[in-house]
Ligand binder design. Structure first.
Ligand code: NAD
Length: 472
């Protein structure tokens, strides 16, 4: 399999451009370079933005039914590649193939499908007194995405932007750019007008900054770290461009005294370790009522023992490596600091056995974590669960909200009303009660430093529309 990619997708064609330099893509399970992609430059971004700008008026005027039909064709073209997508994510990110098939390929296909219908019936004009209030597409969108859900993060921007009538320039993460090539093959097959969707690969500081700072980009939609989100906001502020930011998290899983403890802990551990903990919504702080704390730690240790590390392509593997050596180093540092700060090791840790090669970190549970300590405050982005006891509901809520983040969270209780009461008190963009399933139509996004704006469903579509009042 020759995975060397040499072109960008600009103005409806594959175009060889870039600085002539390449970015290497590694298989994190073997540490080997498996592919290269071209390193874009500011000139490549100029070209992509010019194509998107030229395509905008025509695409904005296209009938909603046409836009929906094209998204439907894209969905079909991508569905035909579902297996290849799962294998590519397993290769470039290390997600176990089984999980990659269900989540990394399945979720974006579901999201894309939801926008086929939403594109067909965009928000209708509204009469307010003597005004006609109309919604119009924002314009050219720069989309900058991370590596942890390489296709989902892209589709969560691209599908609503296209449904709204915007045109797009995408820069995927340089760590996992291969999935984006499969998406653009499908886009080409679906037959979008030239310039409506464009791909430039490369690094954040070069291609990402050029997009965020570009005077002809009307909106930057970004998913990634809070630090980069801050930088992008500064760049966009210079020209008052709109930004949508999906950033980090440190979500609390509140296990009340009347919870079904076995399920709460099993699902909680699974959530914290999903995708090797590289999930922005991961419930990385488990808050357990003191009366059931020891029992919960015992259950957490036993659940953790079931997470077998290994080759992402081996069906027996439940946990893959982290995406890079740098990420592994960062996570190892968080574990060491958590233990030095008084945390008690319950499972995993620095001495746990690891595969010989690959950027692996053992799934780790640390108890008695001080809610103010680094391990309870910083986003780790690895398979590391901090467990914290509480005495009553008020204390649980106070600990949960003691965070500069506010992305997600969970509540477990046998009493549905009580769980809802606690869920309402959490200062986060989402809360799951008793392991309720993910809803791809529900708004997704953060309070506080977890971001600005919402993705998914009609809320995601709204982000790419602006509002005009016409008085008559
Ligand atoms: P990152 O911020 O380093 O990179 C994200 C993207 O931004 C990449 O494409 C990168 O090339 C680009 N980038 C980097 N520097 C840039 C700059 N100066 N200007 C413009 N673009 C730049 O994040 P990451 O390490 O790829 O992803 C991990 C982080 O993303 C975690 O903090 C995680 O919580 C967060 N995340 C959030 C969500 C969410 O929906 N809230 C989803 C996934 C990941």
């Amino acid at each position: 399999m020759d995975l060397a990619r040499t072109a960008f997708y600009l103005d409806g064609q594959w175009v060889t451009a870039g600085s002539g330099e390449t970015v290497a893509v590694r298989n994190p399970a073997t540490e080997e370079v498996v592919a290269t992609v071209p390193a874009g430059t500011a000139a490549d971004v100029d070209r992509a933005v010019a194509a998107a700008r030229a395509a905008f008026p025509g695409w904005a005027d296209t009938a909603p039914a046409d836009r929906a039909a094209r998204l439907d064709r894209l969905h079909a073209a991508l569905t035909a590649r579902a297996e290849e997508i799962a294998r590519t994510v397993a290769l470039e990110l290390g997600t176990p193939l089984k999980v990659a098939t269900r989540v990394q390929a399945g979720l974006p296909l579901a999201v894309l499908h939801s926008y086929v219908e939403l594109a067909a019936r965009p928000p209708v004009d509204e009469t307010v007194g003597n005004s006609l209030v109309v919604r119009e597409p924002v314009g050219v969108v720069g989309a900058i995405t991370p590596w942890n859900y390489p296709l989902h993060q892209v589709v969560a921007k691209l599908a609503p932007a296209l449904a709204a009538g915007c045109t797009v320039v995408l820069k995927p993460s340089e760590l996992t750019p291969l999935t984006a090539y499969l998406l653009f093959e499908a886009i080409h097959e679906a037959g979008y007008p030239p310039g409506v969707v464009n791909l430039v690969t490369g690094t954040g500081p070069v291609v990402g900054e050029a997009i965020a700072a570009h005077p002809d980009v009307d909106m930057v939609s970004f998913t990634g770290s809070t630090a980069t989100g801050r930088r992008i906001s500064h760049l966009a502020a210079d020209r008052i461009a709109r930004v949508a930011l999906e950033l980090g998290g440190k979500s609390a899983n509140v296990v009340l005294d009347d919870a079904d403890l076995a399920t709460a802990v099993k699902v909680g551990v699974g959530n914290a370790f999903l995708n090797s903990g590289q999930t922005c919504t991961a419930w990385t702080r488990m808050l357990v009522h003191r009366g059931r704390y020891d029992e919960a730690l015992d259950l957490a240790a036993r659940a953790t023992a079931g997470y077998r590390l290994g080759d992402p392509f081996d069906p027996a593997t439940r946990l893959g490596p982290l995406v890079s050596a740098a990420q592994r180093e960062r996570v190892d540092g968080h574990v060491a600091r958590g233990l030095a700060d008084g945390g008690r090791l319950v499972a995993g840790g620095p001495e746990a056995p690891l595969p010989e090669r690959g950027f692996f970190v053992a799934p780790t549970v640390i108890a008695d974590v001080d809610p103010d300590s680094a391990l309870a405050q910083e986003e780790v982005f690895g398979p590391v669960l901090a467990v914290i006891p509480f005495d009553d509901e008020d204390e649980a809520v106070a600990i949960a909200n003691n965070s500069r983040y506010g992305l997600a969270g969970a509540v477990w209780s046998a009493d549905a009303e009580r769980a809802l009461r606690v869920a309402r008190r959490l200062r986060t963009g989402a809360v799951d009660i008793n392991g309720a399933p993910f809803n791809p139509l529900a708004p997704f996004g953060g309070y506080k430093q977890s971001g600005l704006g919402r993705e998914l469903g009609r809320y995601g579509l709204d982000e790419f529309l602006q509002t005009k009042a016409i008085q008559r």
